[in-house]
Ligand binder design. Structure first.
Ligand code: FMN
Length: 372
């Protein structure tokens, strides 16, 4: 079966190809990487309150699904959270800005999950400076459930094209608490143009593109063995991989028809996005980046609650030389008075993207212990 444009989903730049299997027949069920998806069903099934909160936190959005978190349990009430440098993205995120935002998403979700259990988390960020742990988190009494928690299991980073359906200001009212929502036509057009230029620059920058290729997990066995990165699964892709038509080498070759299709697919998603979400911070400290991540998580959950799909597109915000001009332009447009554009997202209506893989909680604990 040829990969139709609708079914060929975003591969590179944080995409997932698992949904490409949709509609590929009964074979699909057996190709689902159940082991890689199991942490979604394990969330909340731990006796220890901290483990319960961490088991939700690891479902947080994060760049390239690197899941750079490592948690250390200390005493009876404390979690020390680290960022795992082995999961860095040296080309596209040389200063770990995006990875730190992902850590903020993790902390935001951990706090919410603690709140569900009536616990509050007192957090000290970067207690030893940038090079030490990300946070020391002390769990204690006094937390409150958060209404946004209701959307945790349905939250996704959208990967497919958007429906040709406008997004009204009213529909995004709840989202405006967490980001600037752009629905006005002229600015939407400008952001689409910048988004496409950035995406094409990333594709044309060999080492940036290769960073994504290196994170491809092709087929059920690879996805289950390494449940992170860019999951390219499903019956159709596995069949293509089996006959040598879908390989890392083919994906790295911009002249390969499949790769061209993937590039075009993401271009279409950007040009068809009815609205954008933009987050800007005045300064760009590690603490700011954590704060951005916490708000991005809330934005993503609020969008889910409003029936909207949200997809980060980070290429224009990336800090490598080939992107410098586009980076300057997005700052002129979105932060004319200064500041750092931290997140840019496409917003619209679309069919729900499937869950993405996660490493199980026990693999992300520094001092692994019997998880009950
Ligand atoms: C800081 C940050 C940057 C991201 N950039 C992109 C991006 O450029 N393109 C994209 O498709 N997804 C991007 N994502 C989304 C991730 O790919 C996604 O969170 C990850 O694959 C896990 O999937 P999930 O959010 O659906 O659980 C980004 C997420 C974060 C937190």
């Amino acid at each position: 079966m040829p990969l139709s444009r609708r079914k060929t989903l975003a591969l590179i730049g944080g995409g997932t190809l698992f949904a490409a299997a949709a509609g590929a027949g009964t074979f699909i069920g057996t190709r689902t990487p159940l082991k890689a998806l199991a942490p979604w069903d394990m969330a909340g099934s731990y006796g220890d309150a901290r483990l319960g909160a961490l088991s939700y936190a690891l479902l947080a959005p994060n760049p390239h699904n690197r899941q750079p978190w490592l948690a250390e349990l200390q005493g009876e009430d404390t979690v020390i959270l680290h960022r795992d440098p082995d999961r860095d993205l040296p080309v596209t995120d040389p200063f770990a800005r995006q990875l730190t935002i992902g850590m903020g998403c993790f902390l935001g979700l951990m706090d919410m999950a603690a709140g569900q259990q009536g616990l509050a988390v007192e957090t000290q960020l970067f207690p030893e400076g940038e090079d030490g742990p990300v946070a020391i988190c002390r769990f204690g009494a006094g937390g409150q459930p958060d209404p946004l928690f209701a959307h945790v299991m349905e939250r996704r980073s959208h990967k497919e094209a958007f429906e040709a359906r406008p997004v009204s200001k009213d529909a995004t009212a709840a989202l405006a608490l967490h980001a600037r929502i752009v629905t006005e036509r002229a600015e939407v057009e400008t952001l689409r143009r910048i988004g496409v230029a950035a995406w094409q620059t990333e594709a044309a920058t060999k080492q940036a593109w290769q960073e994504s290729i290196d994170l491809l997990r092709i087929g059920k066995a690879e996805i289950n063995a390494q449940p992170d990165g860019i999951d390219a699964g499903g019956a159709m892709l596995e069949s293509l991989a089996a006959v040598g038509l879908f390989t890392r080498e083919a994906a790295a070759d911009l002249n390969n028809p499949g790769t061209k299709g993937v590039i075009e697919e993401t271009t279409d998603a950007i040009t068809g996005a009815p609205a954008f979400a933009v987050q800007v911070s005045d300064s760009n400290t590690r603490i700011d980046q954590i704060g951005v991540g916490r708000e991005w998580l809330r934005l993503n959950l609020a969008a889910t609650g409003a029936g909207l799909a949200l997809r980060p597109i980070s290429q224009a915000l990336q800090e490598y030389p080939e992107m410098a001009e586009i980076y300057a332009e997005i700052h002129q447009v979105c932060a004319p008075d200064g500041g750092t554009v931290q997140m840019l997202g496409l917003l619209g209506y679309g069919t729900r993207t499937p869950r993405t893989p996660r490493w199980p909680l026990e693999t992300r604990l520094l001092n692994g212990r019997n998880l009950t």
